[in-house]
Ligand binder design. Structure first.
Ligand code: HEM
Length: 689
């Protein structure tokens, strides 16, 4: 029996109060081949500067050189050639980081901890060893797989664990050398959890991977097959792993789940526009990993470490932050860079990689905390130097407990009107666990990816965070660019102008005045109420929302709700120096019968493939005639939204801000003649006239 393998994820044990439970029974398990992997355990060890800082890409240039020149199958050589330049560049970038550091960032700790754990049980990496199929219990079964590719015993794959220069994984009965993929993995170094074994139990949990484009990436790294001798019914024994999401919080069932593990869920449409402040339980959730567990009684002792460029560190408990610095409240939207990605996919007719959010990866809340610049100054940072542009520090890195990391430019961090918070409260309550309890950064006006949850480390640096979420992922390229140089584009920071329709109600037939050559006449029209949100980044306010009810032939202006005006002598609910909140808008109109001319898009929005238009809300579907309504917003710099998703398509589907189009459909056969059309033509229900 092999020793039970405990991989380490660099999470302090106190953060996982409840031991994660094991997943359900495994269908296939040969004890001598299987192993159990845990996601919790020890405190991260320290790393030397040479091992690096920041969130990822800790693999060295030497390792890269070895990988590229090492033994390779023809297929691997092709894959390596494609990625070698990128990997080398990242490795060199890493090596050029000379700033001393005395604390791990969580992500580097993850990789280091993996290595430490793996080193404890695996043999020195012998490099890829191709074997002939040895004789074994099942080796007499016919092996009809590609004879040109080698067979590997599982014991050989095990040697290519997290500490190996050439990590391998198994998927089904195939073996992959993922060396060149590790620095590019959008999920970061957590991928090394699976090194030396099968990814399948992990992908059963991290279901985001069950996607053709992920299988296509994996296929590039195929180097061979598991030897017949190690297969049972055609598959190797499954590793047993602990579910790192077992302690995730309960969520409101009305959130629209995109992935359960990690939890990603949209705010439902009605909650987007019916309230100015999104209730905490309906605020959209974007998690990259699992939710760290912090015991409430211990929360005030939660420690934030601040590290200056010269390596000086200072630590603050949550209680220190609350008691030693003035509190500051702002009202601010958080929006995922992938909000409306699904609209881009549908509108452009081209696939995009990432969670297919509709319009609900955005929410608005009040946030209370302390100013980042106050804490930096207290830690010894010369804020005035940064304000005058003379500081060596150019970026502020935020790292969260679960391994996520990102950074913002120092200019935003110290801007006296920038309102960057270290927040502990959301809508007047302690941060919910899903939203970063007990401490997170809030960077208003910037993409939410910079508002790091479960914040425990701030590092000043002359360069950006090296995490995948900074250097890759949240960037945009031209619509023609499908193989990209990630370093060639800046990380998304301030967001562009955005708007969406989140509410459509049809209200029955009425009479509307029409002016034409013959003079004025009444015509039959359908009452339609539209509502939604508009928002722009960088503190730019929304000055106008334009709505069209006839596919863009004519436009009118929507009514902007006065949410930021105090009522009955009470102060405005909007706080902060910029227009950090969204504007809600309403548009009440009567759509002439003759405007409903389009056939209805068939099926749900999931089935709308290549059209520019989102299919109608369920309540207006049926055997009906439709019109396309659209919205676009303009901010106070007169930036406005692009007309088409095709023009702004990018492979990651980021910043999908094209005009939001949606079909509104009515049963025209129920329309009364113009003379009798009036408000007595009451709708059968509020959505269906
Ligand atoms: C060779 C194997 C793997 C490949 C090719 C791969 C590929 C990918 C890709 C393409 C994404 C982005 C998905 C999207 O945004 O649509 C992703 C995300 C992710 N992967 Fe993997 N992955 C692999 C193994 C793993 C393993 C073994 C784990 C966990 C132990 C893991 C954890 C994650 C996580 C947590 C994310 C989400 C990151 C985020 O939301 O920012 N991956 N992976």
């Amino acid at each position: 029996m092999k020793p039970r393998l405990q991989h380490v994820l660099g999470l302090p044990r106190r953060l996982l109060a409840q031991p994660p439970t094991l997943p359900g029974p495994l269908s296939r398990r040969a004890p001598e081949l299987s192993r159990c992997r845990a996601f919790n355990t020890s405190v991260p060890r320290r790393v030397s500067p040479a091992e690096g800082r920041g969130g990822g890409n800790q693999r060295t240039a030497a390792a890269t050189a070895k990988r590229v020149s090492g033994p390779a199958s023809p297929r691997r050589a092709v894959a390596a050639a494609g990625l070698a330049g990128l990997v080398s560049a990242l490795a060199l970038l890493h090596l050029s980081s000379t700033s001393p550091t005395s604390f791990d960032s969580p992500a580097s700790a993850v990789a280091s901890a993996f290595s430490a754990a793996a080193a404890a049980h695996s043999d020195p990496d012998p490099g890829p060893v191709f074997t002939k199929s040895p004789s074994g219990p099942s080796s007499t079964a016919a092996d009809n797989r590609d004879p040109d590719l080698p067979r590997f015993r599982i014991s050989e794959v095990r040697k290519h664990g997290a500490d190996s220069d050439n990590p391998w994984v198994i998927h089904e009965d195939k073996v992959y050398d993922i060396t060149d993929w590790v620095p590019a993995h959008p999920g970061g170094q957590v991928i090394l959890r699976a090194a030396g074994g099968s990814i399948d139990p992990y992908w059963n949990i991290f279901s985001i991977h069950k996607n053709q484009y992920v299988y296509d990436i994996l296929a590039q790294y195929l180097i061979g097959y598991i030897d017949q001798a190690d297969l049972i019914d055609g598959l190797p024994a499954q590793d047993e792993i602990e579910d790192p999401f077992a302690d995730d919080p309960q969520r409101d069932p009305s959130l629209i789940t995109k992935t359960a593990k990690p939890r990603n869920a949209e705010t439902p449409g009605e909650a987007l526009s019916s309230q100015f402040l999104t209730p905490n339980e309906l605020f959209y959730v974007r998690n990259h990993m699992w939710v760290p567990t912090i015991d409430e009684p211990a929360a005030d002792k939660y420690v934030l470490t601040v590290e200056l460029v010269d390596g000086t560190t200072k630590q603050y408990t949550l209680q220190d932050l609350k008691s030693r610095f003035p509190s500051h409240t702002i009202t601010a939207v958080l929006q995922c860079s992938g909000n409306r990605r699904k609209h881009m996919t549908q509108g452009s007719g081209r696939s995009t990689n990432g969670l297919q959010w509709t319009a609900g990866a955005i929410s608005n809340a009040t946030w209370e905390g302390v100013l980042l610049s106050d804490v930096l100054a207290d830690a010894g940072f010369e804020v005035s130097e940064a304000l005058s542009g003379e500081s060596e520090a150019k970026h502020v890195h935020f790292a969260g407990l679960e391994a996520y990391a990102a950074s913002i430019p120092i200019k935003k961090a110290v801007d006296p009107q920038g309102d960057v918070l270290l927040a502990y409260s959301m809508n007047g309550q302690p941060l919910p666990r899903d939203h970063g309890y007990p401490l997170r950064s809030i960077v208003p006006g910037h993409v939410a990816a910079r508002s790091v949850k479960w914040l425990n480390q701030i590092t000043l640096s002359d360069e950006e965070s090296t995490s995948q979420w900074q250097r890759k992922d949240y960037k945009c390229f031209g619509p023609n660019e499908t193989k990209v140089d990630w370093d060639a584009a800046p990380a998304i920071q301030e967001l562009p102008v955005q708007s969406a329709i989140t509410e459509v109600k049809t209200g029955g037939w009425t009479k509307a005045a029409r002016n034409d050559a013959q003079g004025q006449a009444d015509e039959t029209a359908q009452k339609v109420t539209l509502g939604g949100y508009a928002y722009s980044g960088g503190g730019r306010s929304i000055i106008r929302v334009d709505v069209s009810i006839d596919s863009g032939k004519s436009w009118s202006q929507a009514y902007l709700l006065p949410d930021c005006i105090g009522k009955d002598g009470s102060p405005s609910p909007c706080q902060g120096h910029g227009a950090w909140s969204w504007k809600r808008w309403r548009f009440d109109t009567a759509v002439p019968l003759g405007t409903f001319q389009e056939p209805e898009k068939v099926g749900s929005s999931e089935q709308v493939g290549s059209g520019e238009v989102e299919s109608p809300p369920a309540a207006t579907r049926g055997n009906k005639k439709c019109t396309t309504v659209m919205v676009k917003a303009t901010d106070d710099t007169y930036n406005t939204q692009p007309e088409s998703h095709a023009a702004t398509w990018n492979l990651r589907g980021n910043l999908a801000t094209a005009w939001h189009r949606i079909q509104v459909c009515v049963d025209c056969s129920s329309a009364p003649a113009p003379s009798s059309a009036s408000d007595q033509g009451a709708p059968k229900n509020k959505n269906d006239g």
